[in-house]
Design a protein around this ligand. Structure first.
Ligand code: TYD
Ligand code: MG
Length: 423
């Protein structure tokens, strides 16, 4: 027994040169990340300021949202900086060419590979030495070398790990398009998230040409960034003033709506919140549904309102929707959510344009929010004049902004009664 242990120990012995020693964090020079801009403003923004060579970027989205359109436009711009190899397993050369014509793309340095497989891609890689590779889509890129069904999760992973290897060993950026289905079946791309450097989800609102590129993961930047686009007959254009676009449909103010100034990365965006509180006629379990907002937080806010304001919700179904396809993760939007809920429940409409900022705690206290000045300034620039904000931040002084500070939800409700009409 002893003999065996000794043997194992000996074989594990490593020389002094091989041994890794810890290094003081402070003494390490920061790695300079060089980035390549696609010059599509909102795309670069969501990547944290451009494309890092050697990185693998997964872009997920429902069919038809505009992934191929976006990546073709990105290819056109990138081809000015290096060769682009565009793999498509979904469309023929002719189809892609006609889309490129529609988008006004005429580039010498985009190379198409259609209906091939991973082995063909590797050969093209050797011949062309591209700087950028687009895979449209990962579900349609197969490998002859692995068993299993085409499109199966194990095959998806194998192909993706090969692509990661290609990106790292050649220092080229690889964009991988992944489909997700309408009912949220994201098993495919979801299982790839840990393998890649950046995960973006491209989402569009039904019946709207507005598209949002949301960051789920980024090894080189913030997940708080957001790219916003508009789809037109000539392709996608970057939206530089999202607040205007998000609020443009708001011509009449209805009960159940409110506006919050939300921070996305370092920019503030005005977003409309809509609540619908209806009587549950069958007396069953009341429903609590939220789109773009954490349903648990919604339940918590409802409970705070019930307890502190004695407004009953237990017989009501509650639906909450964040317009524009935006995900509101910030607690800074709590007060605006409460406002929309009470306004729908009581059928109250606010007089004048108001913005609500504040986190709501379990005891009904209104807590401070970050970057309050940026938020208020953005709203003032879009014509908002009255701001209900946390009392702790009442010293904020911004021209043309009328500040109404509140320290708890009861004070908020009494201000609300002063500024609303019954509809
Ligand atoms: P597409 O990029 O093919 O979506 P995906 O690759 O995500 O499946 O485009 C989706 C839709 O966009 C398609 O229905 C047509 C529309 N579209 C435009 O409105 N304008 C355009 O310039 C282009 C190219 C497409
Ligand atoms: Mg497509």
């Amino acid at each position: 027994m002893n003999e065996i242990t000794d043997q194992v120990d000996n074989s594990n012995e490593i020389s002094d040169e091989q041994r890794r020693d810890p290094v003081r964090l402070n003494s390490i020079d920061q790695e300079k990340i060089s980035r390549i801009n696609s010059d599509i403003k909102e795309f670069d923004r969501s990547l944290g300021g451009g494309i890092v060579p050697g990185s693998v970027i997964l872009i997920g989205g429902e069919p038809g949202v505009g992934k191929s359109t976006l990546l073709l436009e990105v290819s056109a711009n990138l081809s000015k900086k290096g060769k682009v190899l565009y793999y498509s397993g979904e469309e023929s050369e002719g189809q892609i060419k006609s889309r490129a014509d529609r988008l006004g793309i005429a580039s010498e340095d985009i190379f198409l590979l259609t209906m091939g497989d991973l082995e063909d891609l590797k050969i093209s890689l050797k011949k062309l030495s591209p700087e950028f590779i687009i895979i449209d889509s990962i579900q349609t890129l197969n490998s002859r070398k692995t068993g299993g069904f085409n499109g199966s999760v194990s095959k998806l992973r194998h192909v993706t790990s090969e692509l990661v290897e290609i990106a790292k060993s050649n220092n080229i950026a690889v964009f991988i398009i992944g489909h997700i289905t309408k009912d949220g079946q994201i098993a495919g791309p979801k299982t790839l998230e840990h393998m890649v450097d950046v995960v973006l989800y491209f989402q569009g609102e039904l019946q709207s040409n507005l598209k949002v590129l949301r960051v789920e993961k980024n090894r080189y930047g913030s997940v708080n960034e957001l790219g916003i686009f508009q789809m037109s007959a000539t392709g996608l254009t970057s939206v530089t003033d999202p607040s205007e676009v998000f609020l443009q449909k708001r011509d009449s103010i209805e009960p159940g709506t409110s506006v919050v100034a939300s921070m996305k990365g370092m920019r503030s965006i005005l977003i409309e919140i809509q609540a619908l509180v209806t009587e549950n006629p069958f007396g069953g379990n009341p429903r609590r549904m939220a789109i773009g907002f954490d349903p648990f937080r919604l339940s918590m806010l409802i409970s705070v309102i019930e307890k502190k304001l004695r407004i009953p919700f237990y017989k009501s179904d509650v639906f909450l929707n964040i317009t524009g396809g935006i995900n509101l993760k910030e607690t800074a939007s709590d007060l605006a959510v409460c406002s929309a809920l009470i306004s729908s429940h009581k059928n109250l409409v606010f007089r004048g344009n108001m913005v609500f900022l504040g986190e709501v705690g379990l005891t009904g206290e209104i807590r401070p929010v970050s970057f309050i000045e940026n938020r208020i300034k953005e709203a003032v620039n879009h014509g908002f004049k009255k701001f209900i904000i946390p009392k702790a931040q009442s010293d904020v002084n911004i021209k043309k902004a009328e500040i109404l500070p509140v320290s708890n939800i009861k004070e908020f409700y009494s201000i609300m009664r002063d500024f609303t009409n019954k509809k």
